[in-house]
Design a protein around this ligand. Structure first.
Ligand SMILES: [Fe+2]
Length: 246
């Protein structure tokens, strides 16, 4: 038995469906991403949105997001996390709506997944997690299950401009996770790139953006691809990710 999750991130929606972000239409791209998830031959069990849902922080942008998700008619349980561009009250309202599950964790097939909020008011793109709360959650987690985390911000340096918008207490987070024997991996957004790494013994997996990709080699150029990642968590604790470029 395994569990499969589609991770969608950094949608950066504008208030108007036709409005552009970085010369592309983010609403159209999100629609294409959700249509692709619907047509996957191996249907994912869950869908997790990991923040930066909007670029224009208005109620209209969130309404557009809700409309796109509703119109996609995806049968899976959907979870939602805020990113640095989000409005916490709008995210909370969405989570309470019938479109999403209002929970910060879910379990399946011998796995437990925790959703971790890294929103920081006045963070100017940076984030922070409450490690006191996290430590408690890790203590109370199902220690017979494999454990994984979703969070918006990256937890290891990318050595690019994105490090100007870091998770302020990434080291503290890594130390908290490193103590957990059954911890298997962390999935994040924010970097707009498909990349994986191992930092302080923690496997992390960066999800491509549904809007535009960032070039971490160059000087904040935008790359033409967009997509999402499919995460497969095996019963023996192995994680495999694949990317769907559209
Ligand atoms: Fe972000």
């Amino acid at each position: 038995m395994s569990v499969t999750i589609a991770q969608v991130t950094d949608c950066h929606l504008m208030a108007e469906p036709e409005a552009l972000f970085c010369q592309i239409n983010p609403a159209e791209r999100l629609q294409k991403v959700l249509a692709d998830i619907k047509n996957l031959p191996n249907t994912p069990d869950f869908i997790v949105f990991t923040g930066d849902i909007v670029q224009q922080e208005t109620a209209e942008s969130y309404q557009l997001f809700a409309n796109i998700v509703a119109n996609a008619k995806l049968p899976q349980k959907k979870f939602l996390l805020p990113g640095n561009h989000d409005l916490p009250a709008e995210i909370a309202a969405l989570k309470r709506s019938e479109l999403f599950v209002d929970s910060d964790h879910f379990s399946a097939s011998g796995w437990q997944f925790l959703l971790l909020d890294s929103y920081l008011e006045e963070g100017r793109g940076a984030g922070s997690v409450d490690c006191t709360v996290l430590n408690k959650r890790l203590e109370q987690a199902d220690h017979s299950a494999h454990l994984a985390l979703f969070v918006h911000h990256h937890i290891a340096e990318f050595k690019s401009f994105i490090d100007n918008y870091p998770l302020n207490n990434a080291l503290e987070l890594r130390q908290a996770i490193a103590k957990i024997e059954n911890f298997k991996g962390l999935f994040h957004g924010h970097v707009h790139a498909y990349q994986q790494g191992l930092t302080d013994g923690i496997a992390w997996f960066a999800c491509p953006a549904s809007s535009v990709q960032f070039d971490h080699q160059g000087d904040k150029n935008y790359l033409p691809d967009f997509g999402y990642q499919v995460i497969k968590c095996q019963a023996d604790g192995r994680i495999q990710t694949s990317v769907r470029w559209l």
